[in-house]
Ligand binder design. Structure first.
Ligand code: FES
Length: 137
């Protein structure tokens, strides 16, 4: 191997290493884990899910916040704030989801109402059958 070939190989290797490390970092610049996939049921007769019988109530399950909104709809969003990973809560007074860490606020479809978060929350499909909620997405 000539000196020129050696220097080219080192340059290509360093470039590839830099590119791959940037690719990993750039695909998730906040370091917040991706919103989980969900496929679970909630038994509304269970004491643990009692908050979902009252408008304004909410529970957490498998990385998802499930709320019974003041409008009378069941809504499920990823519970981890996209800003820096705080846990969002449902606020019945504004019918929105907020993060107490820095004040981000999200609509009932997960879009950002107020920053600093700039990326919305994942929305899940909720279907009700009798006294069971099925959350998936
Ligand atoms: S972590 Fe939610 S607003 Fe900062």
């Amino acid at each position: 191997m000539t000196r020129k070939d050696f220097l080219i190989n080192i340059g290509v290797g360093a470039g590839a290493t830099f590119f791959l490390s940037c690719l990993g970092a750039c695909s998730n610049p906040t370091g917040i884990p991706a919103a989980p996939s969900a496929n679970f049921t909630l038994d509304l007769t269970s004491p643990a899910n009692k908050p979902l019988l009252t408008k304004g109530g909410f529970v957490y399950q498998s990385g998802v916040i499930v709320a019974y909104t003041t409008k009378g709809a069941y809504v499920a969003l990823s519970q981890t704030c996209t800003h820096q990973g705080g846990t969002v809560q449902y606020d019945p007074s504004s019918d929105s989801f907020f993060c107490p860490a820095h004040g981000s606020d999200f609509s009932d479809t997960g879009t950002v109402n107020v920053g600093p978060a700039s990326v919305g929350l994942k929305e899940y499909t909720v279907t009700k059958s009798g006294s069971t909620l099925h959350v998936q997405g």
